[in-house]
Design a protein around this ligand. Structure first.
Ligand code: BGC
Length: 420
């Protein structure tokens, strides 16, 4: 029997098994150990959708959370697990780090499910380039997030003139007004990945071509030129609007400041929306979502994927069931409505999404058509982890005022070339 038919037979057997026995008892289909960094309120609520879905299919969920936004800590724990010969069944991972695992030949082959379900036709190429390696599907994409968003407290915006900023100058004047109104203008957490998330948006606000040549092509001229100087100058301006206690703060606590009106806005990927929703807030009424001023029409994206590891025959049925469940269009809608992201498939309707989600889906499709969709540097979709780490270091030292804009520009190109 060909691989394809073996796969179909396996899936059919699972489906029949479930329908004959009705609600399958827990564990009837085996178990999955799932490593992830979804530990904030909004993230946990979204994860619950996946967990419940799998448990309803008879798969036991063994949770392996590793807290730490952006996933750096999770990747460290994962390295130790894989090196010790004991990888989890499925691991949340981003972009180039998925490719790194594939190169080590420790990942599973999901083709039997992917072929049977036609993933090739419904998952955008920008995601497939990370979900597939050497013609093999190795990861199941859950979503598409984008990083060039600003989340604004609606009352704070009203008090600051009521108009969402569309340009850099307007942004600065709204931040100034929030400052004179006595709140923290910019809710932020001083962690390298959060600084880098803002840097993504700032670089993009200086032009699509600049973002591409600096952060994707790593062109030394772009990394060390006048525009990069301007990007660091803008970062310095933004640094002037964070509070004294920003250092080390987790991103969801920065979201909480905005939710509670203690801060005016947060510049963060759309996982932040999950926190606003979890707090019972409604877009347009309690908070406003805008693209980072100057980046309208363009999108920097990242996609959470569950990369599946080679874990032996016994765990394989549950692993395949998990991969299949993730790509189910109904699940894609239900999960992403809660997570703040948008579906990883192009054929999921936007009906159940709120206004920010609908905008997210529309922006993504338009940016993709118009050639202005770029992988996020901060979230692993522009450059390999070593280069990303080198950029993080310079951006974060600069944000912490350890080096000037001139020094940051001077060291960026050499820091990048040292690790390439
Ligand atoms: C992930 C999101 C996650 C965020 C904060 C990002 O890298 O893609 O799913 O919510 O980090 O933890």
């Amino acid at each position: 029997m060909s691989r394809f038919w073996t796969g179909c037979a396996a899936i059919l057997a699972l489906v029949i098994g479930i329908s004959i026995h009705g609600a399958a008892p827990a564990s009837a289909q085996g178990s999955v150990e799932v490593m992830h960094w979804w530990t904030s309120g909004g993230e946990a609520a979204a994860l619950e959708v996946l967990k419940d879905d799998l448990e309803s299919k008879g798969v036991t969920w063994n949770d392996a959370p590793v807290a730490g936004g952006g996933g750096e800590q999770a990747m460290t724990v994962l390295r130790a697990r894989v090196t010790g010969g004991n990888p989890p069944t499925a691991v949340q991972a981003l972009g180039f780090s998925i490719t790194d695992w594939a190169e080590l030949d420790v990942v599973a082959n999901l083709n039997e499910v992917a072929d049977a379900e036609g993933w090739d036709d419904v998952i955008p190429d920008a995601l497939q380039s990370f979900s597939k390696y050497d013609g093999k599907w190795i990861a199941a994409p859950v979503n598409v997030h984008s990083t060039n968003w600003v989340w604004i407290n609606k009352s704070a915006l009203d008090a600051a003139g009521g108009r969402a900023p569309t340009t850099w100058d307007e942004l600065v004047s709204v931040l100034d007004r929030m400052k004179s109104n006595g709140i923290i203008p910019l809710g932020h957490g001083g962690q390298a990945w959060q600084d880098a998330t803002i840097f993504d948006a700032v670089v993009l606000s200086l032009g699509d071509d600049f973002y591409k040549s600096a952060l994707i092509d790593l062109d030394p001229g772009a990394l060390s030129g006048a525009k990069m100087r301007e990007a660091f100058d803008r970062m310095e301006v933004l640094r002037g609007y964070v509070d004294d206690n920003f250092s080390g703060r987790d991103w969801n606590l920065a979201s909480a400041l905005v939710i509670e009106g203690e801060a005016g806005m947060q510049m963060m990927g759309d996982w932040a929306k999950g926190e606003f929703l979890k707090a019972g807030q409604v877009p347009g009424e309690d908070f406003v979502c805008i693209r980072f001023p100057g980046t309208q029409g363009s999108v920097t994206f990242n996609s959470d994927q569950f990369v599946m590891f080679e874990v032996g025959e016994e765990s394989r049925p549950a692993q395949l069931l998990m991969a299949s469940a993730i790509e189910n269009p109904v699940f894609q809608s239900a999960f992403n409505v809660v997570k703040g992201s948008v579906p990883a498939r192009t054929d999921v309707p936007d009906t159940d999404f709120d206004d920010c989600g609908k905008k997210g889906m529309k922006d993504l499709a338009e940016a993709n058509r118009g050639g202005s969709l770029f992988g996020s540097m901060a979230h692993g979709h522009a450059v390999p982890p070593a280069v990303q780490g080198a950029i993080y270091d310079v951006v974060t030292q600069h944000f912490n005022r350890e080096i000037s804009s001139a020094e940051a520009v001077e060291s960026l190109a050499s820091a990048v070339s040292a690790v390439r």
